[in-house]
Write a protein that binds this ligand. Structure first.
Ligand SMILES: Cc1cc2nc3c(=O)[nH]c(=O)nc-3n(C[C@H](O)[C@H](O)[C@H](O)COP(=O)(O)OP(=O)(O)OC[C@H]3O[C@@H](n4cnc5c(N)ncnc54)[C@H](O)[C@@H]3O)c2cc1C
Length: 441
């Protein structure tokens, strides 16, 4: 039977689209390639422990999205006020950067250099940064940027910051600059609670429970798992047929694709212009490998996340689920999730699990972050399509997306589908708009 709508992918974007499709009483199916919903926002269980696939929090930045998540989770959605920190030269520095902790961590002559660089910036009026490096230097000065931002960003995104678009900040640095650092000096210990890093919403049972709640609303009869979509064909009657590797063929009027844009361009029939397919095949997504360590101790730290800007660490961040919700680990034990960004062609992404875990464990022990006796267990988890690599030169992406926009009856939605650094609150909000553009008001 022909559906009103087929949604491809059951990650946050697909589930958000499904939420509105259900609300609008449409006949629809979500088709997902793996055995689970949630995409890159899953909460996994191991014995008494639960952990998210990477450090997730719900950003209270869009009223409608927050209202939906609150209505889904009710009292299970908690406001968490836990700071994050930067680990630098075995010292702990406040994140976002605060002057008192910078003063404590950095030698006096370097502080003087930082102050001087930020002072002369006052005379640089109307400066427009063209890339992330220029943007960081403009906000913090060269020295402070090099210490805490540039290395970190290059590890995360895998290219020189001169080639990276400013949009990789995802507005996280919007209210942060040398003035906010200076202000922190006069706040007498009060933290910048408004900044998303220090105060956020988080579900009692892990971030993935947002999508489990949406799953319950949608109903399992509308979700088809373990069925990778491998062809989307426009039929002569103007409808679409969606094919899966498992042999399913489904007809529909409209499609919302949350597939990575490069995959989408390759399975669309009739095929897009060859030039655009080639361009799509050349775009890069950063992958992420997680090493999860289960520890026989109450806490690893008191922080939501700890950031590691130094190049000697292959990881960028360690997050401790228990510090977001005490329900995620037993009282006397904890677990930590170590995030290692890489390309899917990198050795570290492809080496076997035990070698990867061993490498991470050795670095952690060597740098006194944990000791061997504390480790109860260790597992690894791999994520393709974690971050769209947003480069300064993005004209080819614009070309691809404007082609996609011109296709009648198909909308693309999602972080990898739109090739944008999007977060779940933005996906929830955009999902409704997407359905409206499909004509389902
Ligand atoms: C480390 C990390 C931390 C993050 N922290 C936050 C945070 O704090 N807050 C926040 O809001 N966001 C955060 N995000 C972003 C968030 O994870 C993404 O915005 C979100 O996962 C994007 O959802 P999506 O549905 O667009 O894509 P995905 O999550 O990638 O989902 C796509 C889905 O499509 C499926 N699929 C792929 N190919 C096919 C196929 N051929 N057929 C059928 N299905 C297919 C996949 O299996 C997957 O389920 C973070 C991301 C990472 C990596």
């Amino acid at each position: 039977m022909k559906k009103d709508l087929i949604i491809i992918g059951a990650g946050p974007a697909g589930m958000a689209a499904g939420y509105f499709a259900k609300k609008k009483n449409l006949s629809f199916s979500i088709i997902e390639s793996t055995a689970d919903i949630g995409g890159n926002c899953r909460t996994l269980s191991m014995g008494d422990f639960k952990f998210d696939t990477g450090a997730h929090r719900f950003h209270d930045k869009n009223k409608m999205s927050t209202k939906i998540v609150k209505s889904l989770l009710k009292e299970d959605l908690k406001k968490v006020v836990v700071p994050s920190k930067i680990h630098w030269k075995n010292k702990t520095v406040d994140f976002p950067l605060q002057l008192p902790s910078i003063v404590k961590a950095i030698p006096f002559f370097v502080l003087f250099k930082i102050a001087f660089e930020n002072f002369i910036k006052i005379f640089k009026l109307n400066y427009i940064a063209n890339n992330f490096k220029e943007y960081a230097y403009d906000r913090y000065g060269k020295t402070l940027s090099e210490l805490f931002l540039i290395n970190y960003t290059e590890k995360l995104w895998g290219v020189d910051t001169e080639n990276l678009s400013i949009s990789i900040t995802g507005n996280r640095l919007k209210h942060l600059n040398y003035l906010s650092i200076l202000k922190s000096f006069f706040s007498f210990g009060r933290k910048n609670e408004k900044h998303i890093e220090g105060s956020f919403l988080y579900p009692k049972n892990g971030f993935g429970s947002i999508f489990d709640a949406i799953f319950n609303k949608i109903g399992k009869e509308n979700i088809i798992l373990k069925s990778p979509v491998n062809k989307i064909e426009l039929m002569q009657n103007g409808c679409y047929k969606v094919f899966t590797k498992t042999g399913l063929e489904m007809d529909c009027d409209k499609i919302i694709s949350t597939l990575p844009i490069n995959i989408f361009m390759n399975i669309l029939k009739p095929s897009p212009p060859i030039k655009l397919i080639r361009q799509a095949n050349n775009i890069n997504f950063r992958s992420l490998r997680l090493s999860v360590l289960f520890l026989n101790k109450k806490h690893f730290s008191n922080y939501a996340s700890v950031y590691f800007p130094e190049k000697k660490y292959p990881f960028t961040r360690i997050y401790e689920p228990k510090n977001r919700s005490s329900f995620l680990a037993p009282k006397d034990k904890t677990c930590i999730v170590v995030e290692v960004p890489c390309d899917s062609s990198d050795d570290i992404f492809n080496m076997n699990e035990s070698r990867f875990n061993d490498q991470i464990k050795k670095i952690m022990i060597k740098n006194f972050l944990i000791n061997e006796k504390e480790i109860i267990d260790q597992v690894a988890y791999s994520m393709h399509y974690a971050y769209p690599q947003l480069l300064v030169d993005d004209s080819h992406i614009e070309e691809i997306l404007s082609f996609v926009k011109s296709i009648k009856g198909i909308e693309v939605l999602g972080r990898s589908a739109n090739f944008q650094y999007l977060h779940t609150h933005e996906l929830l909000y955009s999902a409704e708009k997407c359905l409206q553009r499909c004509g389902f008001s």
